[in-house]
Design a protein around this ligand. Structure first.
Ligand SMILES: Cc1ncc(C[n+]2csc(CCOP(=O)(O)OP(=O)(O)O)c2C)c(N)n1
Ligand SMILES: [Mg+2]
Length: 544
């Protein structure tokens, strides 16, 4: 006897088949069939307070687990609210599927409720975006979307789900659910001849660097780059910061980059983060090798640098790294260049060790980082999240966590609290600590309510300088101290926001209060906020 199910049921089965367990969502009329279909399934819903938060959570999930993060939002404005977060995920190479409810197909063109060209809106911030057309096709839509999100240069994909497609009933048949292989990444290996060509270029260079793109900064990426460096003898550096060659994690990197005679771009676009590879940031004689899953990146590089590009080849970044590791001969030479680069990356001004706040009632960001060090660096499974303009750069410069999330090259602030909730679900035990500015806290502070409802303890550490300091510093630098205006905030008690929403709060005005407050926050077993009044200093700089 045949069995009829709703399109929404088929969609849920496809998500289960893909191995999904967690959906970040905000409800809406069009997607209530999916809420209903989830009952009795393996899928859990985290119901948030703003659609962008759901998309940021799916982004963090993708970066931390390597699985495609799933965000499910309503049509119309709910969809539009989620879109800004996709720009962050795209720049960070985070695999994500945004599923949005959509006006029914039968009502389109007649002024349907929340009728909007949703896929067109999502196009510029996704790898692919379309509107599902039939209930029978929903399983294949999901497989194709997930495979696209996790393949090549990982990134967001969007599928709009018309409510009549979700509600329509179909006779269940085995072929409506795609085979497991349809959900997997489509591999692009590095061909042996291309690998040999890359290794030959590296052997001939005196000062080569391998620069890994954001996809090599998540999960196993950093360990893979270390292995690549050990195998080839070539300094191998992941780049994911919007501050580019002034990434605070990379110390005096900009100084050694200027001396490189070969840059191997491994899943890393030649873009603003490398000052487009122009002199004096890179030497005029510096040559390039590029390995990238996206042929458009290769074409852009060749267009910009012409015959300075020695080799350019299509391949997945991680797979290419593995191939190079396997084929690399033992490193030759005395290792002097590698040591020079390591010393530059490790450089931190000696004055930092004694930096203290100069103002009463305020803590210097570095004092804050010193207090966090034991918790962040001692915990192998802990996750450190850094957000905000100037304050967010200090923990990136000072702390060496094993797992960390930053905004990424999109440079958007405000994702820290959603990131922390997703990190807590992905990592149920170890400390999740999110350092952010007071401006950044404001974007998604209502997600403290979500954290309380779902019992997701983490610690938000707000560096509160009552200022949008990054922009305030631009005003000082570019227009003069007497022309600073409009970038002040209030010294708001964000700890009380957390307690009002059912969390734990601590207010800190001196460095000697920090350790106790942090210990209580971590022990509270609730989402916690440390509101730390800080000195609004500029981000760290590294000129030697
Ligand atoms: C979504 C988004 N909006 C605006 C900006 C511009 N911006 C960058 S840093 C910053 C100030 C951040 O203030 P806060 O979080 O308090 O950190 P602070 O710089 O004060 O340490 C602003 C407005 C941005 N990068 N992203
Ligand atoms: Mg601030």
């Amino acid at each position: 006897m045949s069995k009829s199910i709703r399109g929404a049921d088929l969609l849920v089965r496809a998500l289960e088949l893909a191995g999904c367990s967690q959906i970040f969502t905000l409800s809406g009329n069009h997607i209530m069939p999916i809420f209903d279909a989830v009952l009795g399934s393996r899928l859990r819903l985290l119901h948030v307070r703003h659609e962008a938060a759901a998309a940021h959570m799916a982004d963090a999930w993708g970066r931390l687990t390597g699985q495609c993060g799933i965000a499910l939002v309503s049509g119309g404005a709910g969809h539009a609210n989620a879109l800004a977060a996709l720009a962050t995920a795209e720049a960070a190479h985070a695999p994500l599927l945004l599923l949005s409810g959509h006006a029914g197909l039968k009502e389109l063109g007649r002024g349907a409720f929340q009728e909007l060209r949703q896929a067109d809106m999502a196009g510029p911030v996704t790898k692919a975006a379309w509107t599902a057309q039939t209930p029978e096709g929903l399983g294949h839509d999901i497989a194709h979307a997930i495979a696209t999100a996790i393949s090549g240069r990982p990134g967001p994909v969007h599928v709009s789900l018309p409510v009549d497609v979700l509600e329509a009933r179909v006779e269940m048949r085995a072929d409506l659910l795609p085979p497991a292989a349809a959900f997997r990444a489509r591999a692009q290996p590095l061909e042996p001849a291309a690998a040999e060509a890359v290794l030959a270029c590296v052997r001939e260079a005196r000062k080569p660097l391998i620069l890994g793109g954001p996809m090599l900064c998540h999960r196993d990426g950093p360990a893979l780059l270390s292995k690549l460096e050990a195998a080839t003898g070539v300094p191998s550096i992941g780049m994911e910061s919007p501050r580019g060659l002034n990434d605070p994690r990379l110390g005096a990197f900009a100084e050694v980059l200027r001396g490189a005679d070969l840059v191997v771009l491994l899943g890393k676009g030649l873009d603003f983060t490398l000052r487009f590879g122009d002199a004096p940031h890179l030497a005029p004689h510096c040559r390039f090798v590029a390995i990238d899953p996206d042929t458009r990146m290769l074409a852009r590089l060749v267009g910009a640098k012409g015959d300075r590009v020695l080799v350019q080849t299509t391949a997945d970044a991680a797979a290419a790294a593995e191939t190079l590791i396997a084929r690399a001969p033992a490193p030759a030479g005395d290792g002097a260049w590698r040591q020079e680069v390591a010393a530059a990356l490790a450089y931190r001004p000696s004055a930092w060790s004694s930096l203290r706040s100069a103002s009463a009632g305020k803590v210097h960001p570095i004092e804050l980082c010193r207090t966090l060090a034991a918790q962040v660096e001692g915990e192998a499974d802990g996750v450190l999240i850094c957000d905000g303009g100037e304050i967010g750069q200090w923990p990136q410069a000072v702390l060496a966590p094993r797992r960390r999330l930053i905004n990424g090259t999109a440079g958007a602030i405000g994702a820290a609290i959603p990131f922390a909730l997703a990190a807590r679900i992905a990592e149920p035990r170890a400390p999740v600590i999110a350092v952010m500015g007071d401006g950044s806290f404001g974007f998604h502070m209502a997600e403290f309510d979500t954290a309380v409802r779902y019992d997701l303890p983490f610690v938000a550490v707000v560096g509160n300088d009552a200022t949008w300091n990054a922009e305030h510093q631009i005003q000082i630098r570019d227009y003069g101290l007497d022309r600073t205006h409009g970038c002040r905030l209030l010294p708001t008690r964000y700890d009380l926001v957390a307690t009002a929403l059912g969390g734990h709060g601590e207010h800190v005005t001196a460095s000697d209060q920090l350790a106790g407050a942090l210990a209580r926050a971590l022990a509270a077993g609730k989402p916690a906020c440390l509101n730390v009044m800080i000195e609004g200093v500029p981000a760290p700089t590294f000129k030697r």
